[in-house]
Design a protein around this ligand. Sequence first.
Ligand code: CTP
Length: 465
Amino acid sequence: MTTDKPPAVNSDPLISTGHDSLDAHSAIPKAGHLPAAQIRQMLQQRWGDALLERLHAIGRIAANLGTPAYLVGGSVRDLLQNHPTPDVDLAIEGDVRAVAGACSAELSGVQCTYHPQFGTAILQYPDGFQLDLARCRIEHYPAPAALPEVQPGDIQADLIRRDFTINAMAISLDPENFGDFLDPYGGSEDLQHNLLRVLHPLSFLDDPTRILRGLRFAVRFQLQLETDTRGLLEEALAQDVFARLSGARLWRELKYLLELTDLPAALEKLGAWQLWTLLRPAPLELEALLARIRRGQQEIKWFHCHFSGEKLLGAAVLLTILWRDVPWAEAEKRLHYWPLAEGRHILNDLHRLSEMPVALAKASRPSVVARLWESLSLPGMLALWAEYPETDAITESGRYYLLKQRGLTSPLNGKDLQAMGLAPGPQLGKVLRRLHDARLDGAIKDKETARQWLIRQGILPAIQP
Ligand code: CTP
């Protein structure tokens, strides 16, 4: 089953090429109408018998309830391209709760979690695999960049509400026509021609986040903006569409962007799409900036490799790198709107980073070096290393701090010092800090050497036991 709805932007007719057999080596099948048999073969060859059987089972259960089920969105796109799909998304024309409940009752070991506020459900299989179910819906945008109003709809409505043709395809799971391919806007053909195309002229105005989603898809799948879509992007930017978007929604998309492995390519595209201003003024020396970004990514990897349990917001490292050569106010202006807990630290680091290399070079003792590193946040530290080669003394000193110095503590704590007769108060704090420095400098290593050191410093009387 396919529909004949004319695409609003894509005026090309869907082409049936007649090349229906699936070539296991060519990821994207020939464009146009894909017969159900070919889709079934693709599901079986690319996703395997076990998942295929699960889809059949859900299709049967949904059909018994009179609520057809479809594979939709990114899952279909990924299937056609033979890319691993992070989530398998199903759209249900009807009551999601009923379908999910019946699946968990009828399928051995399957558990369902229903989220009434979103009308979605998750099916969890005993082997850890999960499927996401959502109700087919109509979306209406009450104002540009506002969140959509949602009401139940059929699969056709659910496809037209979507962002790009490549995400507006579905596969029927109904037992009567399992594998029927719905591609009303020519998504498979666009995939084949590496084109990113919106479904209607208001798409970017309705939801400006789609511009950044599109950029991510363009980088991930090496797509070009289709000509009309490029025009719509330019129009949306001329209308300053991002100004209407909340800081939280904008930051969410930018964070996804910064997390891309292929961030350098994404930043190049950001420039090509005239979007630099979302992050910073356009760089004069792009190549140098991209080299620092690559180094930053390398350092983030290094950190996760050595401190796997420790939290680090990689996006904060990359933002710090991106903002190093722009006026501080440019960063401050953006962080004012973005809900980024690390924002205060980033601004502090941006102040401190310039003086770090000279201060480190002048540092005479390990404790001084450690205190300097301590004055930066983790992201700030890694951002500084990204300005130097991996073998540079600055990177080595920073890594040494994290690996060796950061965990060193004074062998004596406040209680120990009080037991030795020192009075509580600010003076005690100073002594503890000096002990910590002495430990960093290798002057003490345990309680006994610390006690002797305190005596040598005149802090404890020599007769102390
Ligand atoms: N969608 C949309 N507009 C948005 C966000 C999402 O139209 N602003 C639609 C798209 O059709 C998308 C689907 O909702 O396919 C699911 O969104 P999401 O899970 O974010 O994307 P996927 O396409 O599944 O891609 P990914 O592989 O990145 O998860």
